[in-house]
Design a protein around this ligand. Sequence first.
Ligand code: GTR
Length: 349
Amino acid sequence: MLEEMLRERNLPAVFTGEQTWETRRVELLEMLCREEYGFLPPLPQSMQFEILETNERYCAGKATYQKIRLQMTFPTGEFAFPFYAVIPNKPGKHPFFVHINFRDNVPDRYMPTEEICDNGFAVFSFCYRDVTSDDGDFSTGLAGVLACDPAKDCGKIALWAYAASRVMDYAQTLSCLDFTRAAVAGHSRLGKTALLAGALDTRFTAAFSNESGCSGAALSRGGNEKRETVGHICGQFPFWFCRRYQQYAGAEDTLPFDQHFLLACMAPRRVYVASAAADLWADPVSEYLSCVAAGKVYRQLGLSGFVCPDRLPQVGDVFAAGRIGYHLRAGTHYFSRADWLHFVEFLKI
Ligand code: GTR
């Protein structure tokens, strides 16, 4: 059944096996950056981290909370943004998430820090707007300092992904973390961002996309009638992408890739896609089929990819046996505790 559904989507081939996967992966990333997100800026010349606040007795003394200022120096100037760290006080190496968040609250309705810590995980988070605004203004924030020109450089998603990697740079200065379980996570537009950050930065051993939908986990070819299309997203949020992506608005069939390429770029690392049944705009079926399609690459590499039955998902399904995980929960567009707890379970494996 799933094979037939995939055939109907008429997807371009990710990996024919003619080259090594390492070579093909570089080509795929090149294509995704060139045609969709734009290329990430070069590394800063230097970085500084300044601890602004510390609370060692956070969550009844179970964790340490810190607010940190990350400053980057570029040839064109300096840019700084704040981020937050919540690290369990228990001794040992903690697996962790870098969460690209909508807000700078800790905890936040999209980030249950206490539950995350109770599971033994650390979490680093930043508010995406502290990096660059969520609009067509490229003259302020990181975009301004880098003199980013959306006509030839990257869109905003790439800048947020870049910031997630800079937070990872900070994480690498700590000795209390387990870098074999180092994840990046986000919801919706920031789920798209988490997938791009994970695809490009192999220090992330897993990427978690929550209801990222169009231009995130969901296939762009076909889908339910209420879904967001490349046409919609290019009309409403052109600044998330590079200029070249516009040519595919209403012309999805001419894309040289589809979004399963982005998931596949995580291989052999792990990736997890979460959908919500009532979130038709993000198109759960197209997110699921994208996992099925990306799973084939893992299988070609001799790895367990997406392990699922030969049917569409039902509410409550969790498929977490392979390197690609998926769940479909009830309800609408939201980053819930249930989503986080499934993520935590997947990363524990
Ligand atoms: C919507 C957008 C989606 C998704 C969402 C969000 O308006 O069309 O692609 O990113 O916003 O980020 O909440």
